[in-house]
Ligand binder design. Structure first.
Ligand code: 13P
Length: 341
């Protein structure tokens, strides 16, 4: 029997005013790629040091309701020996956990992917919960071409996302449901709109069929954008209009919070676009907030560069991104503030 009160209590914390979620759940290959671009070695120790830097940033708890962790981080400790999830809990930040096991090609749907990790998920969730996790994340990925995602890809990915969400809720864990329409490619914003509309429609149909309690989940979508190889970039006004239109058409008002991924947008862009949505739709039925990885972390990772002596500088850069996105989440961000910062 699903414990609805438990899910509601977690959600209540996730939607606190001014707050969003940090995605710090890069898998080992992904963080290794990010580190390598900055000439930082990726070892268990450098990953621990980097994540400790983020989690011990003073004042971050003012802007963060939760942080999504990768499995490795759940068992790592801060310099003083405190387990990292416990450190977050002490600061009033909820630990979450990425539970999917990445993507493989989807048979019979050339060009489409499907995410793995459902087998044994229920047991894994109980273990993560004992380690402090209160919410989870699962990402399905949709590459955009003239023919992708295929109808089979859209249907199969939606089914898997809904299965995941339902298993989470049975374990008393709030699922973050992440269908990411990729920015890679030279498609138009109209094509991204069309794909995102089909994807969200299928996802909510599947969530309904699997009896997922909409009040006990968070949606983590991509914004509607032109492909990154199709300049010029769309204005925040245009991104906000297109994104809000598909959300209104597909996301029931029962969903408490929509926390966007940044998906390769620059940190400024991700703040400007989120801000535009909150300015345009101040009384939206859902919270419109953030669950960024790169747009929150990039300046900090760059400032750190793997060196102990840069920790304070990196924390200042991280704090600044948190503050800017907290303002954007309430429609109070401006370009002038960005420059002043
Ligand atoms: P980005 O904000 O870097 O897109 O990452 C968000 C995320 O959690 C992807 O799963």
């Amino acid at each position: 029997m699903r414990n609805e009160a438990e899910l509601r209590a977690t959600i209540a914390k996730m939607v606190e005013p001014g707050k969003g979620v940090l995605a710090a759940d890069e898998s080992i290959p992904t963080i290794t790629k990010r580190f390598k671009a900055l000439n930082i070695e990726s070892t268990e120790e450098t990953r621990r040091a980097y994540r400790t830097l983020l989690f011990t940033t003073r004042g971050a708890e003012e802007y963060l309701s939760g942080i999504i962790l990768f499995e490795e981080t759940l068992t790592q400790k801060a310099d003083d020996g405190t387990p990292l999830p416990e450190l977050l809990i002490r600061h009033g930040v909820m630990p979450g956990i990425k539970v999917d096991k990445g993507t493989v090609p989807l048979p019979a749907a050339p060009g489409d992917l499907i995410t793995q990790g459902l087998d044994g998920l229920g047991e894994r969730l109980l273990q993560y919960k004992a380690q402090g996790a209160r919410f989870a994340k699962w990402r399905e990925v949709y590459g955009v071409t003239d023919v992708n995602p295929t109808p089979l890809g859209v249907a199969a990915n939606a089914e898997v996302l809904a299965r995941y969400a339902s298993i989470c809720q049975d374990a008393g864990i709030v699922p973050i449901v992440e269908p990411e329409v990729l920015i890679d490619g030279d498609h138009t914003i109209e094509r991204c709109y069309e794909v995102s509309d089909a994807v969200l429609h299928a996802v909510f149909d599947a969530l309904h069929r699997h009896r997922v309690m909409l009040e006990g989940m968070v949606l983590k979508p991509s914004m509607v954008l032109p492909g990154k190889d199709r300049p010029p970039k769309a204005s925040p006004q245009k991104v906000a209009e297109a994104t809000l239109q598909i959300l209104r058409r597909n996301v029931p008002a029962a969903v408490p919070s929509i926390n966007f991924l940044s998906g390769g947008q620059s940190p400024d862009e991700a703040s400007a676009n989120l801000n535009a949505m909150n300015v345009m739709y101040p009384h939206a039925p859902w919270v419109l907030s953030f669950s960024y990885a790169r747009a929150l972390q990039d300046p900090a990772m760059r400032a750190w560069a793997g060196r102990k002596e840069n920790v304070a500088l990196a924390q200042a850069a991280f704090y600044r991104r948190l503050k800017m996105n907290s303002l954007a989440r309430s429609g109070k961000w401006s370009e002038a503030m960005e420059r002043a910062a």
